[in-house]
Design a protein around this ligand. Structure first.
Ligand code: ZN
Length: 459
């Protein structure tokens, strides 16, 4: 620990305290101050630690939650960055918070949720350290910010290339993610799902239609969702790797959990995964791969999966008078299609609220809603009484559902959150709210005037 890095930690801690004292918390200033004083601070602070980075388009936060529980089950200590703070500044702040005044971090693990584009800046000074990197998947996300999916893959790749001793954990079912296997690594493991998840799987593979190596159209043995599944290229031979941690089958779909049969490095393991929706099974599998790698037994893994608390997995439940609200965040077509799959299974009878904003954090270009397969929900939602639309682009969303043949006599636009919430409360119905990021923040902010809410974790 150099004097300079210790001084930088002090400066960061003092800046944080001053900001807290002045009531202007939650800025990126402490991280900036620290980096100015000591640009390679992360290399110093992480020196004697085990680092786990989780990146990818969807599922980062949930995967981190499950990994955190796994690490704690093992009896080790860990700190994480806040879900909304997954750029360099946020990660630096998390390290500074975890460090003592002696400039040293005392936990065994640093568990870092990393934005795909920020990964290379975060890991830049880790060098030869013991780093495990989990890549959950690559989907199209906020097109106007990241460009195409291949750009995202290359950004992740340029991060991983800075880690010659990296232990990779990759999604076998994602042709984009598993192409990262060719970066230099010390170990590599894959997770995946060995069979179709649903009877009527979505076949929208538009995010990755053509082979990343030779541009031939992929063929599939089966699909799970989006472009994920048993892909292969019969021109160059690129194909899905056999996963080390695989979901063999879902034995039972429950309300908010699934009973599954897994293959964990050759052992057949039965577990109940306490996360709602099939999309979360990938996040659980990624965490199981990490857990196995850090030495948890199969029994410990099963215990953690069965004990995950329900606020995980993006679906939040709140009682508003007699109305049960289920709130879920959507931020891209793949994630939205998974939420629709969940709704199809629920066969909703009450109200569904769709909320869409077009602020920077939602993506300025909302044309992505035309890549969401609302048509698949039309029939399953015939029993629903109301479809409400809110947010700045409520009318665009309403038009999209009109095209998908939803019953327009059940439509209503209400952009005023307070009016909307009052109405939902009076109805006393089960209500699903499907909201884009800033719409979720605004809605929750207003909802907190009606009912107490937990602090919001992005994703
Ligand atoms: Zn090919």
């Amino acid at each position: 620990m150099s004097a300079r890095s210790t001084f930088a930690v002090w400066a960061g801690k003092i800046t944080t305290k001053i900001l807290k004292f002045s009531g202007s918390g939650g800025t990126s200033l402490p991280g900036k101050v620290v980096l100015k004083l000591c640009p390679d601070i992360l290399g110093h602070l992480a020196k004697d630690m085990k680092v786990i980075c989780v990146t990818g388009t969807n599922g980062k936060t949930t995967t981190c939650h499950v990994i955190r529980d796994m690490i704690e089950e093992k009896g080790s200590t860990v700190f994480c960055n806040d879900a909304g703070a997954n750029m360099l500044g946020g990660v630096v702040s998390a390290f500074v918070n975890a460090a003592g005044w002696d400039g040293k971090v005392k936990t065994d693990y640093a568990l870092l949720e990393c934005d795909e584009a920020a990964l290379r800046f975060i890991v830049e000074h880790f060098g030869e350290l013991d780093v495990t990197a989990v890549v959950t998947n690559v989907f199209r996300d906020q097109l106007d910010r990241y460009g195409e999916v291949l750009t995202t893959v290359n950004k992740i790749r340029s991060g991983l290339e800075k880690l010659p001793n990296v232990k990779l954990i990759l999604n076998a079912d994602c042709s984009l993610t598993s192409s990262l296997s060719d970066v230099q690594h010390k170990e590599i493991h894959y997770f995946g799902i060995n069979a179709p998840l649903y009877e009527t799987a979505s076949s929208d593979i538009s995010d990755a239609v053509y082979c990343i190596h030779c541009k031939t159209k992929y063929k599939y043995h089966y699909h799970t969702f989006g472009h994920l599944g048993g892909f292969y290229c019969d021109n160059c031979g690129y194909e899905r790797h056999t996963p080390d941690v695989a979901l063999a089958k879902v034995l039972e779909w429950k309300d908010g959990s699934e009973v599954v049969e897994m293959d964990v490095f050759g052992n057949s393991v039965k577990a109940e995964v306490m996360l709602p929706g099939g999309y979360n099974l990938y996040n659980a599998l990624a965490a199981v791969a990490v857990a196995h790698q850090i030495g948890l037994s199969d029994e410990q893994i099963v215990k953690v999966l069965g004990g995950l608390s329900t606020h995980f997995g993006r679906m939040e439940e709140v009682m508003l008078g007699d109305s049960k609200l289920h709130m879920v965040l959507v931020k891209n077509p793949a994630g939205f299609n998974e939420v629709l799959q969940f709704l199809i299974q629920q066969r909703p009878t009450g109200t569904i609220v769709f909320g869409l904003n077009d602020n920077f954090a939602d993506g300025k270009d909302i044309s992505w809603i035309y890549d969401v397969e609302f048509e698949r929900l039309t029939e399953a939602a015939v029993g629903a009484e109301h479809f409400y639309f809110t947010g700045k682009r409520a009318y665009d969303m309403q038009l999209r559902l009109k095209y998908a043949d939803f019953a327009t006599d059940k439509f209503m636009v209400e952009k005023d959150y307070k009016t909307l919430i009052t109405m939902l409360k009076q109805q006393g119905q089960e209500t699903f709210l499907v909201l884009s990021y800033t719409c979720m923040l605004e809605f929750r902010d207003k909802l907190s005037e009606f009912v107490p809410l937990a602090k919001y974790a992005k994703e």
